[in-house]
Design a protein around this ligand. Structure first.
Ligand SMILES: [Zn+2]
Ligand SMILES: [Zn+2]
Length: 269
């Protein structure tokens, strides 16, 4: 069975489809369990503090999906919390909601525009931004504002794949270890974001060598999600991602309910 613990509905600024449409597509694509994780960003795309998340809209979408899907698949409701350490009071408010799951993500340099909206042409500038990215992500990892760290290596999607700058995360292994160690020390996890198979040069976020490093440092908790914003991507890369986790040596996948991980064997038929 496939699990998708990262996807977006029309409640996200960059989403356009109802939870019902997303769940029905997932069901038809062989996904047995879905957790919706709409964006709840503490800063907007320009890096200014914001509060745009609506829990009422989430609940309305979620109950409509549950009513339509009935017992045919398991649905859960989480959130992708962006830049939580930049607005800790807001993050705490959001985390007081009865969420199943929280992905802690960084999409913006500190006080800067989303990596998506920037143009990259110099490897040195990219390396500085990657160090800034890892510092911010490590601050999230040291906080209580997450269950798993989202799409590690996100800026590469735009630096390397879209704009063609030859950078990777291998120049900053020490900083990467600091991030992964913080996650392990706090008993939290990371996600394997399979959207990268489609739009990050054919490799998931994080790629295999970072998954291996996480495991070598004692990491065990990994969730999986396709980060779908459209129905046709609900199962995208999930089977490949599960095979990759098995190849790296993980025995199980984590699925969160009421913020608690349940371990699902990766070796079930
Ligand atoms: Zn994200
Ligand atoms: Zn996302």
């Amino acid at each position: 069975m496939l699990f998708n613990d990262h996807c977006h509905s029309l409640c996200s600024p960059d989403g356009a489809f109802s939870m019902t449409d997303m769940a029905l597509a997932a069901l038809h694509q062989g996904v047995g369990e879905v957790c919706f994780t709409d964006h709840c960003d503490c800063v907007n795309e320009d890096g200014a503090l914001c509060r745009t998340f609506s829990w009422e809209a989430e609940l309305a979408q979620f109950s409509a999906a549950q009513n339509t899907l009935g017992g045919r698949m398991k649905l859960r409701l989480g959130v992708e919390l962006g830049e939580p350490t930049q607005s800790p009071d807001y993050a705490r408010e959001v985390l007081a909601l009865p969420l199943d799951f929280v992905i802690g993500s960084v999409h913006n340099p500190l006080f800067g525009r989303d990596y998506y909206f920037q143009h990259y042409d110099s490897a040195d500038a990219c390396r500085r931004l990657i160090l800034d990215y890892l510092a911010q992500l490590t601050a999230v990892a040291e906080s209580d504002f997450y269950d798993v760290i989202g799409h590690i290596t996100y800026p590469l999607r735009y630096m390397r794949v879209r704009d063609g700058v030859g950078v990777d995360f291998d120049f900053c292994k020490e900083q990467l270890d600091a991030l992964l160690c913080a996650v392990v020390r706090r008993g939290k996890g990371i996600e394997l974001n399979t959207s990268g198979y489609l739009n990050c040069g054919g490799e998931p976020m994080p790629p295999r060598w970072i998954l291996e490093r996480y495991r070598a440092l004692g990491g065990e908790l990994v969730t999986i999600g396709s980060d779908a914003h459209v129905p046709e991507n609900m199962a995208q890369g999930l089977a490949d991602g599960m095979a990759l986790l098995r190849a790296v040596g993980f025995r199980s996948l984590a699925v969160f309910e009421q913020r608690k991980p349940e371990m699902i064997s990766l070796f079930q038929p």
